[in-house]
Design a protein around this ligand. Structure first.
Ligand SMILES: Nc1ncnc2c1ncn2[C@@H]1O[C@H](COP(=O)(O)OP(=O)(O)OP(=O)(O)O)[C@@H](O)[C@H]1O
Ligand SMILES: [Mg+2]
Length: 213
């Protein structure tokens, strides 16, 4: 598996974002324009070529999406979400001297590529939070399939914090991490629960639906 430096990974992600924002976005507009022309094509020849071009652009968009995924998350792409998370916990353990445990129920967890990337980054943010704020000795990441949902639990035995604010409907802490996890999870139809009290460790549960098989 690839061991990318942080700087390299950041650079890859930047390029992936640029390609997404500039190339895919524009291609999508081309498709919309073509689709509206298709509706009033003056001849069968127009219809044929416009239709073919439309299909081709759709293929280019899909190909580019795969490339972006490969580029921005090589680890995820090569290993899959579970193995990538496990490797992440190993790296964090080496770097921060906190004992990380990873558990997976080994059930199939079908997810779209972009959702896998999102979840991976969310878990990474939660683990970084543990290293920054928790003063923990142990931390654990668990992945579990529950009916049609995926539940990812990230917990630590550190100092904890007052999570009532974070759990409130309208909230925004001084940081951006938890806020953005909550927003992005919401956007894909999932949710986050935080269980934490001062002196009592922290447990964060991310829930999202799995793809129908
Ligand atoms: N595992 C944890 N243990 C103890 N406190 C935590 C933990 N996770 C979060 N917190 C508390 O919740 C606050 C909000 O976390 P959040 O990730 O939103 O912001 P941040 O980490 O401070 O900043 P940012 O993520 O924007 O770099 C933190 O500042 C910290 O006080
Ligand atoms: Mg944070």
């Amino acid at each position: 598996a690839s061991q990318l430096s942080l700087a390299e990974e950041r650079e890859r992600r930047r390029i992936a974002t640029e390609v997404h924002d500039r190339v895919i976005q524009s291609l999508a507009i081309c498709r919309m324009n073509l689709a509206s022309l298709l509706g009033s094509a003056p001849s069968a020849r127009f219809t044929k070529y416009l239709g073919e071009t439309n299909t081709l652009i759709k293929q280019i968009i899909n190909e580019t999406r795969s490339l972006i995924f490969e580029l921005s998350s090589p680890l995820l792409y090569e290993l899959g979400l579970e193995a990538a998370m496990e490797q992440l916990t190993e790296q964090m353990q080496e770097k921060y001297g906190i004992v990380f445990t990873f558990e997976d129920d080994r059930q199939p967890k079908p997810l779209d590529d972009d959702i896998r990337v999102l979840l991976f980054h969310m878990v990474r943010e939660l683990l970084i939070n543990i290293t920054k704020h928790a003063q923990a000795c142990h931390a654990r990441v668990r992945m579990k399939r529950q009916d049609g949902d995926l539940r990812i639990t990230v917990e630590d035995d550190g100092v904890g914090f007052d999570a009532s604010q974070v759990n409130a409907d309208k909230w925004r802490t001084k940081g951006f991490g938890l806020f953005s996890i909550r927003e992005r999870l919401h956007y894909i139809g999932g949710h986050m629960e935080i269980e934490s009290k001062r002196g009592n460790g922290t447990q964060v549960i991310l829930t999202t639906s799995l793809k129908q098989e």
